[in-house]
Design a protein around this ligand. Structure first.
Ligand SMILES: [Fe+2]
Length: 269
């Protein structure tokens, strides 16, 4: 143990080590009452409080500044991710915009509060970010994918989750990114979760993501009509999708967001 510095403490140390109540006014053995507080002690006490206040104010301002800088840096990272994804696959950029709008409509119908809606906004924006790791040749391949190509695509939720893992402010997006391809019956990917074991964020996004895919011309088929999509959702209820999500989605009016000129297709999901 390091010997204690015999030098009397100053500044903050003085406040910590020798607060008001030094031996001068601590009752001693046999003493009936503490010594009265002298004007000198009162002045010392006031000076200490003022120093505490000044130090706290400085720390608070520093905290506020660092928080603002962190928020700015996080926004820049999200922007960079989204720009990179759009440059890699323009279809996915437009798909992401539609999925975000549709997901917010569904979340609003479900009664999610404003904080959760902000989570949806970010989660939907980043949900396919892992596709930057998938070859654009595969993403835009006309015709059916080989098993190996499909396996490559199924990695995008895991890779996306890894991409955002180093940013604490993006943690809220993780369940959207990682679990939007899970299925209610447990036959989805990457973790083959089933039912309510799938985070609710993933169950929500699975519906709007699939709807956008069905309503879009794809390399291997033409877009379905809104009526056909509605039938597909009803067929997929209890198998592919959370039945409560399907009910809320059909009630939400999210299908009205789709117009003939709002969809296009050029790549695989
Ligand atoms: Fe995806």
């Amino acid at each position: 143990m390091t010997p204690r510095d015999p030098t009397p403490p100053t500044g903050t140390d003085a406040v910590t080590d020798a607060p008001v109540g030094t031996s001068a006014e601590v009752p001693q053995a046999g003493q009936d009452s503490p010594a009265p507080v002298t004007p000198e002690h009162d002045a010392l006490y006031t000076a200490q409080l003022e120093r505490y206040a000044a130090e706290f104010g400085t720390l608070y301002l520093k905290y506020r500044q660092q928080t603002a800088e962190l928020e700015t840096a996080t926004r820049a990272v999200v922007h960079a991710f989204v720009v990179a994804l759009g440059a890699h696959d323009p279809y996915t950029r437009r798909h992401t915009q539609r999925v975000q709008a549709s997901a917010l409509t569904l979340a609003h119908t479900l009664g999610w509060d404003s904080t959760k809606l902000e989570d949806v906004r970010l989660g939907a924006l980043l949900h396919d970010i892992g596709k930057t790791s998938v070859s654009d040749t595969i993403l835009r391949k006309p015709g059916r994918l080989t098993d190996a190509e499909f396996q490559s695509i199924t990695q995008h939720p895991v890779i996306g989750a890894h991409m955002i893992a180093g940013f604490p402010a993006l943690t809220i997006a993780r369940p959207f990114v990682l679990h939007h391809h899970e299925r209610w019956d447990g036959r989805g990917y990457p973790d083959r979760l089933a039912g309510t074991d799938i985070p609710v964020q993933g169950r929500l996004l699975a519906v709007v993501d699939a709807v956008d895919a069905m309503l879009t011309d794809r390399p291997y088929r033409q877009a379905l009509s809104v009526n056909q999509v509605t039938q597909e959702l009803l067929r997929g209820r209890d198998h592919q999708f959370d039945p409560d999500m399907i009910e809320a989605f059909l009630d939400s009016g999210a299908l009205d967001l789709y117009r003939p000129d709002t969809t296009d297709g050029s790549s695989h999901d």
